[in-house]
Write a protein that binds this ligand. Structure first.
Ligand code: AMP
Length: 398
């Protein structure tokens, strides 16, 4: 069975075609600048070089056409016809309280996803456009929606209810939802295997530290708390997002800087976090380079970042009354050994002990706990596309 995984943003579309008989990625790529000048497709087949295909993509439907043409191209294609694509798995950011599992995208389901758009106005409309474009071009191929929020629907009320008037939850569904669910689920399952335990008997803290970042407490295989909230702005310091702040800063900024709601949201989402503190970059590789040169703001950025991660791990160890493994994943989690060591140094009281030699790795699965550690520390590369494809197969076969 071949599954096309689609991750559609407002002006971009990422894809992977995966052969699920052996989980081989047959081709992957990215259509960029959809709807604006200079659109192009970057396509990488399993054998051969990446090709850049430039051409007009006024809409997402055009982008999907380019993707399908690239997949069927006689030189760099990997299939003969779209009939070989047995199903399409769509990443959908927000499923609200409606979706606690992946779902076949029927017309009713698509309408329900649309109804969740208020909760993710930047993401869900783009996801829906991608679904519509694929449905138009492959009307007979089953489409499955895999939600970033679904894994966290197991959180108990004490974790998802904010300290706001309850009627705001009843009226507008204002609550913690959490994101990166596909990654937290994938990584925690693998961590249980590495622990050699039934996942039902495990307490795992997953740190998904990429450009967006969140932590999840996974008890018995279920999410019981997570750091992102109603939106992906809450929680950790991220590349450009502030994470947790005192909500009164909003009014303060409005009064002092005469900023509108939109301008403040722009600061919190796009000009804060690592970029905002370091004044260098949102990319932690640039921040590492500046740290080596002795840039104090870059050093402070990493200190603030690591401290916040460690505080959340402490909180989630308390929430679960213990922890068996702390797992690092995504761009920064998989690649930055100094961050991992620094975070783990806060956790000695829990029984975390790092073997620095084993921690010296990038992008590879690794148990980097030292001998005698009672809480394991792992690096586990995330693979959201594979997880989406696996979910898609499960739903289609039902
Ligand atoms: P992601 O969103 O998972 O793709 O992660 C992106 C972020 O991970 C980048 O902005 C970098 O800050 C960080 N990252 C990726 N690769 C490396 C690396 N080799 N070393 C350090 N940080 C990295």
């Amino acid at each position: 069975m071949k599954v096309l995984v689609i991750n559609c943003g407002s002006s971009s579309l990422k894809y992977q075609l995966i052969d699920m008989s052996n989980t081989e990625v047959l081709a992957k790529g990215l259509a960029e600048r959809i709807g604006i000048y200079g659109s192009r497709l970057k396509h990488t087949p399993k054998v051969g070089d990446t090709v850049i295909i430039e051409g007009a993509m006024p809409s997402h439907k055009d982008a999907v056409k380019y993707v399908l043409d690239a997949l069927m191209d006689k030189d760099y294609g990997v299939i003969q016809s779209t009939d070989e694509i047995n199903a399409v798995g769509h990443r959908i950011v927000h499923g609200g309280e409606e979706f606690s599992t992946s779902t076949l995208l029927t017309d009713d389901v698509i309408a329900a996803v649309d109804a969740c758009s208020d909760l993710a106005p930047l993401h869900n409309p783009a996801n829906l456009i991608g679904i519509d474009a694929c449905k138009q071009l492959m009307p007979n191929t089953p489409m499955v929606g895999v939600f970033d929020t679904a894994f966290h629907q197991t959180m108990p009320g004490k974790a998802f209810i904010y300290g706001l008037p309850y009627e705001l939850y009843e009226k507008h569904k204002i609550r913690r939802y959490g994101f990166h669910g596909t990654s937290h689920s994938f990584v925690s399952k693998r961590a249980a295997e590495m622990l050699g335990k039934d996942i039902k008997d495990t307490k795992i803290i997953v740190c998904h530290l990429g450009n967006g970042a969140s932590i999840c407490a996974v008890k018995g295989g279920e999410s019981v708390d997570t750091s992102m909230g109603l939106t992906p702005l809450e929680g950790l310091i991220m590349g450009t997002r502030s994470g947790d702040i005192d909500p009164a800063i909003f009014e303060f900024l409005h009064k002092k800087e005469k900023l509108t709601i939109e301008e403040i949201m722009d600061i919190l989402n796009k000009k804060s976090g690592a970029l905002g503190i370091s004044e260098v970059s949102s990319d932690f590789r640039d921040i590492e380079d500046e740290m080596e040169k002795g840039n104090e703001k870059a050093i402070l950025t990493m200190d603030v970042y690591n401290y916040r991660v460690a505080k959340y791990i402490g909180a989630y160890a308390a929430a679960m009354n213990g922890v068996d493994a702390v797992v690092f994943t995504a761009g920064l989690g998989e690649n930055n050994k100094d961050m991992r060591k620094d975070v783990c140094d806060y956790l000695g009281y829990l029984g975390v002990k790092v073997d620095e030699e084993k921690n010296n790795c990038r992008g590879t699965e690794r148990d980097f706990s030292a001998e005698g550690a009672t809480v394991k520390t792992f690096v586990i590369p995330t693979n959201e596309e594979l997880m989406i494809a696996q979910e898609t197969v499960t739903i289609v076969n039902k």
